[in-house]
Design a protein around this ligand. Structure first.
Ligand code: F6P
Length: 360
């Protein structure tokens, strides 16, 4: 039976989103279905006339697969259940979205998002919206029930390449280079890039550290005869006293950021070493996707269409044991995935001499 499906990207962008959209459009087209690309996530459904574009395989001319960002646009602001109005109040605008989904005649929605977006879109589906399937994407890699989320691999590659570029200049100037990476409350990017990029110290929110231990590691590196050190710190790492370091966006919203500079000052107070800080920021999101992100994006997109064809909804596609499976969205949201300090990669890092600042 012919279907009309909607697809949207929601939350922060990342590399690989266009590869997902492409896969969904191709797979849906093969079934004779129509795909509407909703613009700007839920924001496109909050307009009086829903904003969308019809997507057909010929829209994917060979360049889009390679592009970072999302051709549909996205937003990580404006929860429709608690929507910030111009007068400073909040309003539940979920009914408008639900009405617009029906106005478009959608049989199902493919939502590409992180845990927050999955929670919102699931609630909309439950409250009378159209049935949905979810596709996990986030550079933070913190969505439960899946071993991979679209965008993480690329973010790690960018952070690793940053370390590759910092190492020669660190060695030329006898410096300690501090690289602050994203990841929100999970240290996955810092951990993976730190190992792959040859860091001496990795600080992540999941492992408590002391400045004393960090300084000891820097001194140990020097004593071994090396004139530089590389350190990766995850943006949500707190000060040893437990204070969150943050910055603000143009609306005054608190964002993580600044721990790298804090650490630089604290290290310099105790040790005469020359430090420099690089805050990698959104560069981790905008790069062309790695081959691996393109592969999982494609596999997720095709499988999401299979789920709709089978009438299986309220499910998120997931990567487990080398293949795509589907899990209950509720379960995936509940199983938030931070770094487990007993994880193989933490053990690996320690095994190659990397310090987490927790041991002297
Ligand atoms: O969740 C993805 C992420 O890139 C985080 O790692 C980061 O803290 C946040 O989004 C940045 O958000 P924004 O795009 O609003 O600056």
């Amino acid at each position: 039976m012919s279907k009309k499906i909607g697809i949207l990207t929601s939350g922060g962008d990342c590399a690989g989103l266009n590869a997902v959209i492409r896969a969904v459009v191709h797979a849906a087209h093969q079934k004779g279905w129509e795909t509407l690309g909703i613009l700007d996530g839920t924001a496109g459904l909050l307009k009086e006339e829903p904003e969308y574009r019809i997507l057909t395989p010929d829209a994917f001319d060979g360049t889009i697969l390679r592009m970072g960002g999302t051709i549909l646009g996205t937003t990580n602001k404006g929860d429709p259940f608690h929507f910030p109005m111009k007068d400073g109040t909040f309003k539940d605008r979920s009914a408008e979205i639900i009405e617009n989904c029906h106005k478009l005649g959608l049989d199902a929605i493919v939502a590409i998002g992180g845990d927050g977006s999955h929670a919102i879109l699931r609630k909309l589906a439950q409250q009378g919206g159209v049935p949905m399937v979810g596709i996990p994407k986030t550079i933070d890699n913190d969505i439960g029930e899946t071993e991979a989320s679209v965008g993480f691999d690329t973010a790690v590659m960018v952070a690793t390449e940053a370390l590759d570029r910092l190492q020669p200049t660190a060695a030329s100037h006898d410096r300690v280079m501090i690289l602050e990476v994203m990841g929100r409350d999970a240290g996955h990017i810092a951990l993976a890039a730190g190992i792959a990029g040859g860091a001496d110290i990795i600080l992540i929110p999941e492992i408590d550290y002391s400045i004393g231990n960090v300084v000891k590691k820097i001194e140990a590196v020097k004593q071994e005869g090396r004139n530089f050190a590389l350190m990766v710190v995850s943006e949500a790492v707190k000060t040893p006293e437990g204070e969150q370091v943050h910055t603000t966006d143009s609306d005054g919203k608190k964002l993580y950021g600044g721990i790298g500079h804090y650490l630089s000052k604290e290290i310099s107070k105790r040790n005469k070493v020359d430090t420099r800080v690089t805050v990698l920021g959104h560069v981790q999101r905008g790069s062309p996707p790695t081959y691996n992100d393109r592969l999982i994006a494609s596999a997720f997109g095709v499988y999401a269409v299979d789920l709709i064809a089978a009438g299986k909804f309220d499910r998120m596609v997931a990567w487990k044991n080398r293949k795509v499976v589907d899990v209950a969205i509720e379960q995936a949201i509940a199983a938030y995935q931070a770094v487990d300090p007993s994880d193989t990669m933490v053990h690996t890092a320690r095994g190659i001499g990397i310090s987490f600042g927790d041991q002297g």
